[in-house]
Design a protein around this ligand. Structure first.
Ligand SMILES: Nc1ncnc2c1ncn2[C@@H]1O[C@H](COP(=O)(O)OP(=O)(O)OP(=O)(O)O)[C@@H](O)[C@H]1O
Length: 244
């Protein structure tokens, strides 16, 4: 096979899982208009992990909320797994979010009345999986994250790092196409953050999904495939060397 043929074969395998096209979002603050996103384009392919860095107020959360279908842009489109969300009803967007998107937040938002495994099983059952299958997948994920022995504990009886690992298992339980994380280890001490983050990256790599992770931590950002930032409402690629 010639180099050209090899290249085109490789190109054919690249599958865009997240695509933002000309996404615009502004907020009015008093008499002022704040243009947070100005025609943002972004493509993340299957198996790619992208870090989103930038100062407070740059628009990282706004971008994640729109890309994760939690908010609508003023204009522009968002596609997940090749399917455009723009013209869908709120109900169809909710279903798309439930079936194709996973979220990890800085604070875990686990249900306090339920055990670790129940927190991972419930979203799968809402998506239509039988309890037995949901439990099997949930235990497999907890095992990958090294907390299967904590499966029956409620969140209050887990450490911060363990709670965040349950939140990661919950986000991956429905086998999403795209995983979004907003400062997923921002609430943990540096060593635990490193450990939990390593597990998150390794799971994302194993499952081959696409991932966009906002972080203030340059060391963590440098472990990802690409680093992007928002500058004056536009997305810009960042050279990892400039962060070290
Ligand atoms: N609903 C809203 N109404 C008005 N202004 C908003 C709204 N949401 C966000 N903003 C403004 O948009 C800008 C971007 O906010 P955003 O939360 O996306 O930034 P960020 O980069 O995630 O910051 P941080 O790192 O502090 O979380 C900020 O100036 C914020 O005040």
């Amino acid at each position: 096979m010639s180099d050209l043929q090899k290249k085109s074969a490789a190109q054919r395998q690249v599958k865009p899982m997240l695509k933002l096209e000309k996404v615009v979002r502004s907020f009015s603050q008093g008499a002022e208009q704040l243009d947070v996103l100005k025609a943002v384009d972004l493509t993340i392919n299957e198996g790619e992990i992208v870090a989103l860095v930038g100062p407070s107020g740059a628009g990282k959360s706004t971008l994640l909320q729109i890309a994760g279908l939690l908010e609508r842009p003023d204009s522009g489109s968002v596609s997940i797994g090749g399917k455009r969300s723009t013209d869908l009803s709120d109900q169809a967007r909710t279903q798309m979010r439930r079936d194709h998107i996973g979220f990890v937040y800085q604070y875990h938002h686990l249900l306090p009345e339920f055990s670790a495994i129940e927190n991972v099983v419930i979203p799968q059952m809402i998506s239509g999986l039988k309890r037995k299958d949901a439990e099997e997948r949930g235990m497999e994920l907890l095992q990958c994250l090294g907390i299967e022995a904590r499966a029956q504990h409620r969140p209050a009886r887990l450490s911060g790092g363990e709670q965040q690992r349950v939140a990661i298992a919950r986000a991956l339980a429905n086998v999403p196409d795209v995983l979004f994380a907003d400062e997923p280890t921002g609430n943990l001490d540096p060593q635990t953050a490193d450990n939990v983050f390593g597990m998150l990256v390794s799971l994302v790599r194993q499952t081959g999904l696409a991932s966009l992770i906002a972080t203030h931590n340059p060391e963590l950002a440098c472990q990802m495939d690409r680093i992007i930032t928002l500058r004056d409402g536009h997305l810009v690629e960042v050279d990892p060397e400039s962060l070290s």
